[in-house]
Design a protein around this ligand. Sequence first.
Ligand SMILES: Nc1nc2c(ncn2[C@@H]2O[C@H](COP(=O)(O)OP(=O)(O)OP(=O)(O)O)[C@@H](O)[C@H]2O)c(=O)[nH]1
Length: 368
Amino acid sequence: MDNKTPVIVLSGFLGSGKTTLLIKLLLEARRGALKPGILMNELGRQDVDGLILNEETGFSIEKLLDGCVCCSKKEDLARSLLTLLYTRPDLLLIELTGVANPVEIASLLSQPPFAERLTVKHSITVMDAEHALDYSSLFASDKQLVRTLRQQVEAADLVLVNKTDLASQTQVSKVLNLVHRYNPKTAVQTTQKAEIDVRKLLEGIPSTQQLQLENKPPYSAQRELRHSSHGTQHLHVIQQHPQQELQQKPQHVHDYQHEHQAAGSEAAHASFSAVQTFTLPCSAERSFSREELEHFLAGLSGQIVRAKGYVKLEGEGTTLIQYAGGRFSYEASRYPGSGYIVIIGLHVHPDESAEQWERLIRQDRIRS
Ligand SMILES: Nc1nc2c(ncn2[C@@H]2O[C@H](COP(=O)(O)OP(=O)(O)OP(=O)(O)O)[C@@H](O)[C@H]2O)c(=O)[nH]1
């Protein structure tokens, strides 16, 4: 049996349903006694999805915040993958940002030091059935982003056309046609809340726990056996701390960055250009009404694509607020800290938005 760690890569535009799918995969992994290594990348400086995931599944994760792993954070991605491999997971789950290009990630994984340790089991792209068709015109000013969204479909072996509860039959059929046009070979499934038979996606992944129970050699010993027939490098590397390994192999990671720039500017390889992210903080005491928040977000300049964070709502307590595909949703949360909202959009004005936010918060002080 192949001893490489299987990887499932999740991509798809902002708010399409990647985290929703990841939660289902993790719950299934738990049922199957699989030990997952989880890596989440978010554009914002503040973590939201990681906290949701932890609240829903209890798993802790490796988070890469404040940038996209397929461009500015590639070196961090390499380091995080090594950190996760060091924990000897049964599988790796990687959720990319909504504007990441999975082709770049596949390329990183197919090179040393990962090629010999990881195998991509699935590359899944989640699409928003209601909005996917509008993206080309909506983001016409950001050619890289339009190309990235297309490559998200082209790179997938499974596409979920999600949020069908919010889309018409015609919209769903058109999205399915688009998927077939860009990637005739991929499997496609229409879903609501990313509801699919996740057992199939994890099929064939052995649990270390089960292997031990069956009295087979533990993972480390398997590595050793393999190592003895294939030379020394593999085992030597896996037993090192990731920091050490990166110190010994910095060239590879830097080469990656180099290729980026050498090929003629970041823009030539970047997966997006006009998308910006900023965070609006608020104290734990300040509470908002839903109307107040929705009105505030609607009044921001630029094109707000995604917003998420934790705020205190009047009469409801701490709440996870999500804005995706032009819709708001709210969910009670146990998040204990000060509130914040991460905003992602095109042609946005972070400073001006922060001033507006401050004014809104001050209004409350005047009221109370
Ligand atoms: N109505 C409806 N809502 C959905 C569906 N799938 C996900 N959502 C909601 O859409 C919002 C965004 O879902 P996520 O799973 O966080 O999307 P994401 O792709 O991880 O978002 P980013 O990581 O921010 O890009 C959440 O409020 C979900 O509950 C669906 O099929 N139907």
